[in-house]
Ligand binder design. Structure first.
Ligand code: ADP
Length: 401
C-alpha cells in the first residue's frame, strides 16, 4: 500500500516536473519566436528606413543620445561634399561648422519640438535649410535632421526682391516729376510754360511705357513664352537695315556710322526680327555713349572653331556654344567706354554704369539683359570688350548655316 502511495506521489511529482519543464520550454520557445519576429520586423524596418533615406533628395542625419551622428544618407554626402564614412561619429558642429545650425539641433532635442532655420556653410555659395525632428521616445537615437539645398530658391527670392526694388526705383523718378509738373500746372502758369510742361509729362510717360514694355518682354523671354522663328538669314542685310534706321540719329550727333562686311558670308539661322532688335539696341547704345565726332563701325565676318587664325576670344566663345561655324557681328564705338570693374555687369537687369548720366539718356538698363537672353535663345553668345575713355565693342556670335 505504502509502495503504491509512494509511486503515485513520485508519478505526480514527475508529472508536475514534466509540466513545469514543458511550460518553461514553451515559454522559451515563445520568447525565441517573439525575438525572431521582432528581429525580422526590425530588419524590415531598417531596410525600409535605409531605402527611404537613399531615395530622399534631402540630406538625412540620425543623431544618437550623445548628440553624435550615427547615420547619414547619400544625398548628404553629395550636398556637403563629404565622405559618409568620415561623418559617422562626428558632432553636428564638426560637420556643418555653423553655430546657429548646431544650436537649433540642440534646442529642438531639448524642447522636443520640430525646428527649422536656414544657413550658409562657411566658404560655400550654398544656402541650406536645416530641420530637426526630435525622437523623444527612442532609447538609442534622439533626433532626425534633414538638410535641404535651397540655394536656387534663395537666388530666385533675391532676384524677385531686387526686381521689385529696381522697378519701383525706376518708376519713382518719372512719377515724382509728373506729380511736380501737374502741381505746377494746377497753379495755371502762362500758356507757353504750360505747353512745355505738358511736353515734359509726355516724355516721362513715354519713358514709363518703354520700361513697362521692356519688362513685359523680359518676363516673356524668361518664362519661355517667347516663340522664336528661326530661318536662314542674310545678316549683312539685317545690319544694313539697322544702320539705315539709326543713321539720322547718328548724323544728328555727327557720328560716323559704317559697316565692314567680310565676304563670303554664310546665312545665319536666326529669328530675323529678334536679332534685328538686338542690333538696334547695340547701335542705339553706341550712339548714346559716343560723344560728337566719334566713329561707330559694325564688323561682320564668318568664323570657324577649327581655324587657328580665329582670335582666341572668339574661339573661347565658340567653345562655350559648341558651334563649329558662326557669324560674328561686332559693334565698335569710340565712345566713353566702360570701367573694367563694371564690364561684366552691363548684361545684368537694370544695370547702368552711371545712373545719373544714363537717366538723362533715357535708359532703363534692361536693353542688354534682353539682348543677352535673345542671343542665348539662338544658342549664340554676346560679350563686350571695352576701355574706359576709348570705346567699347559689343560682339554677337550667331549660328551659321
Ligand atoms: P540702357 O537702356 O540703360 O542703355 P542697356 O542694358 O542697354 O540699358 O545698357 C546698360 C548699361 O551699359 C548702360 O546704362 C551703360 O552704362 C552701359 N553701356 C551700354 N552700351 C554702352 C556703350 N556702347 N558704351 C558705354 N557704355 C555702354
Amino acid at each position: 500500500m505504502l509502495f503504491v502511495v509512494v509511486l503515485l506521489v513520485a508519478l505526480l511529482l514527475a508529472a508536475l516536473l514534466w509540466g513545469w519543464r514543458l511550460r518553461r520550454e514553451l515559454e522559451a520557445e515563445r520568447a525565441y519566436l517573439q525575438r525572431r519576429r521582432e528581429k525580422r520586423e526590425t530588419g524590415a524596418l531598417t531596410q525600409l528606413f535605409l531605402a527611404t533615406a537613399a531615395a530622399l533628395e534631402s540630406g538625412l542625419l540620425l543623431i544618437d543620445r550623445n548628440h553624435r551622428i550615427r547615420f547619414a544618407n547619400q544625398a548628404l554626402e553629395n550636398m556637403l561634399h563629404v565622405e559618409l564614412a568620415t561623418v559617422t561619429g562626428q558632432a553636428i558642429i564638426t560637420l556643418l561648422r555653423d553655430y546657429r545650425a548646431d544650436a537649433l539641433v540642440k534646442s529642438a532635442i531639448e524642447s522636443g519640438e520640430v525646428q527649422s532655420t536656414t544657413f550658409q556653410p562657411p566658404r560655400s555659395p550654398q544656402t541650406l535649410q536645416i530641420s530637426c525632428y526630435p525622437l523623444p521616445d527612442h532609447d538609442e537615437y534622439c533626433a532626425i535632421v534633414l538638410l535641404r539645398d535651397i540655394t536656387h530658391l534663395a537666388q530666385l527670392e533675391r532676384a524677385r526682391r531686387e526686381m521689385v526694388a529696381n522697378v519701383s526705383h525706376e518708376l519713382r523718378t518719372p512719377l515724382a516729376s509728373i506729380k511736380l509738373l501737374v502741381e505746377t500746372l494746377q497753379g495755371a502758369p502762362p500758356p507757353e510754360v504750360a505747353q512745355r510742361m505738358l511736353g515734359n509729362i509726355d516724355d516721362e510717360l513715354e519713358a514709363m511705357t518703354h520700361l513697362v514694355d521692356e519688362l513685359r518682354e523680359l518676363s516673356q523671354i524668361e518664362s519661355g513664352r517667347m516663340v522664336m522663328a528661326f530661318q536662314p538669314t542674310d545678316i549683312s542685310a539685317l545690319v544694313e537695315r539697322a544702320i539705315a534706321r539709326l543713321r539720322p540719329q547718328a548724323e544728328r550727333r555727327q557720328l560716323q556710322l559704317t559697316s565692314e562686311i567680310t565676304q563670303p558670308l554664310p546665312l545665319a539661322l536666326v529669328d530675323e526680327e529678334r536679332i534685328g532688335q538686338v542690333l538696334l539696341n547695340l547701335l542705339n547704345n553706341a550712339i548714346k555713349f559716343t560723344p560728337t565726332d566719334g566713329r561707330i563701325t559694325i564688323h561682320v565676318s564668318a568664323v570657324q572653331a577649327a581655324n587657328q587664325q580665329t582670335p582666341s576670344r572668339i574661339r573661347h566663345e565658340l567653345q562655350q556654344t559648341g558651334l563649329a561655324r558662326a557669324i560674328v557681328v561686332a559693334v565698335a564705338d569710340t565712345g566713353i567706354g566702360i570701367p573694367e570693374s563694371e564690364v561684366d555687369r552691363v548684361f545684368e537687369r537694370f544695370y547702368k554704369v552711371d545712373r545719373a548720366r544714363t537717366r538723362n539718356s533715357g535708359g532703363t538698363g534692361l536693353g542688354l539683359a534682353i539682348a543677352k537672353h535673345l542671343v542665348e535663345r539662338h544658342g549664340g553668345r554676346i560679350w563686350v570688350e571695352s576701355e574706359e575713355g576709348h570705346g567699347s565693342t559689343f560682339s554677337l556670335l550667331l549660328p551659321a548655316m
